[in-house]
Design a protein around this ligand. Structure first.
Ligand code: FAD
Ligand code: FES
Length: 300
């Protein structure tokens, strides 16, 4: 683990109910999609830093890289971070954890006859890691190593139209991936119906999922459980990976504050062995007893 760095706020922009904060981070190592950083405003009144998925990054000069985070203000630490102005400073430790490292392997990894389609499912601020994921998919497609996906579907769920403003953040990355010849479908749904019919993101997944697809997902735990339940019902060969949330203190495996039981009963540190886990690792093969077709799946 490297030391934390004192980053500088370069830009802050409100995006609906969330805030995009771009930091200049000295000594930043390139993050993989799904990795996160522990952030804490300098002079914070909160004792501990908090975890945030890397939203986007631009590797830079000796002054540092530009690294963006999409933050939903829900409490003391996130309120502090979204109130910062350009020039303010933030302690940043990262990138940390295991990301969606499977991305480049998925078209070959799936069962024989796999569709080659990738379904990206996000709920609320859980959409945060997927701009970086699209950028990685664009790199894979540009390199044409045989690992490119035949189609990418982005299925995002929000509480309301204000939260759904986050969809605008994806337009440049979607256009860049399409420019590499990969068909991309982006669809959002709101619980209150402000994007059309009301519903949860699991409704979109049920409509689109086919046997042989691969799914990556990030959102509230109930959404992830419901997504995995759909995967199990959709049939053999549909596989999924989830970025999980847990309260974190250190972010690098030392405090054991984030441990979570896996399907086999073994405890895993979400910050170190995760935050990305396969559906089989975390939920197992059995359907969740409480899972209903439309359980969970909105904004986190
Ligand atoms: C790997 C990882 C990546 C994350 N990525 C992002 C991101 O990109 N953008 C973002 O806005 N947030 C993200 N989070 C969640 C973020 O860390 C929490 O929102 C933050 O810790 C809240 O701190 P706070 O002091 O503002 O609120 P608190 O006062 O700590 O919490 C406010 C309320 O939210 C609940 N809560 C706090 N943290 C969590 C959590 N992790 N899961 C579920 N409920 C929680 C608390 O129980 C409390 O009810 C991520 C968390 C993890 C573990
Ligand atoms: S947050 Fe300390 S071990 Fe995971």
């Amino acid at each position: 683990m490297k030391d934390r760095a004192l980053a500088t706020v370069l830009h802050r922009a409100r995006v609906g109910s969330m805030v995009l904060v771009r930091l200049g981070v000295p000594g930043w190592r390139s993050a993989r999609p799904g990795q996160f950083a522990m952030l804490q405003a300098e002079g914070s009144g909160c004792f501990l830093p908090r975890a945030f998925s890397v939203h986007a990054q631009r590797e830079g000069s000796s002054d540092g890289s530009e690294v963006s985070f999409l933050i939903a203000p829900i409490g003391a630490a996130t309120d502090e971070l979204v109130a910062l102005s350009p020039g303010d400073r933030v302690w940043a430790l990262g990138p940390l954890g295991r990301g969606f490292d499977i991305l480049g392997e998925l078209p070959r990894h799936g069962a024989p006859g796999g569709s080659g389609r990738l379904l990206i499912v996000g709920g609320g601020v859980g959409v945060a890691p997927f701009v970086l994921a699209l950028e990685r998919l664009r790199e894979i497609a540009a390199a044409s190593t045989g690992g490119a996906h035949s189609e990418v579907l982005l299925l995002f769920g929000f509480r309301d139209a204000v939260q759904a403003d986050a969809l605008t953040l994806f337009e440049p990355a979607v256009a860049a991936l399409r420019a590499e010849g990969v068909p991309v479908h982006l669809e959002g749904i709101c619980e209150d119906g402000s994007l059309g019919r009301p519903g949860l993101v699991t409704k979109l997944l049920e409509e689109h999922a086919r046997s042989g697809d691969a799914v990556i997902a990030c959102g509230a735990h109930a959404m992830c459980e419901a997504v995995w339940d759909i995967c199990l019902r959709t049939g053999d060969g549909l596989d999924a990976w989830f970025s999980l949330e847990a309260g974190m203190a250190c972010g690098f495996g030392s405090c054991l504050g984030c441990v979570m039981p896996m399907a086999d009963g073994v405890l895993a540190r979400v910050c170190r062995e995760g935050p990305v886990f396969s559906g089989r690792e975390v939920f197992g093969e059995a359907r969740h007893p409480c899972a209903a077709p439309d359980a969970g799946g909105g904004g986190s």
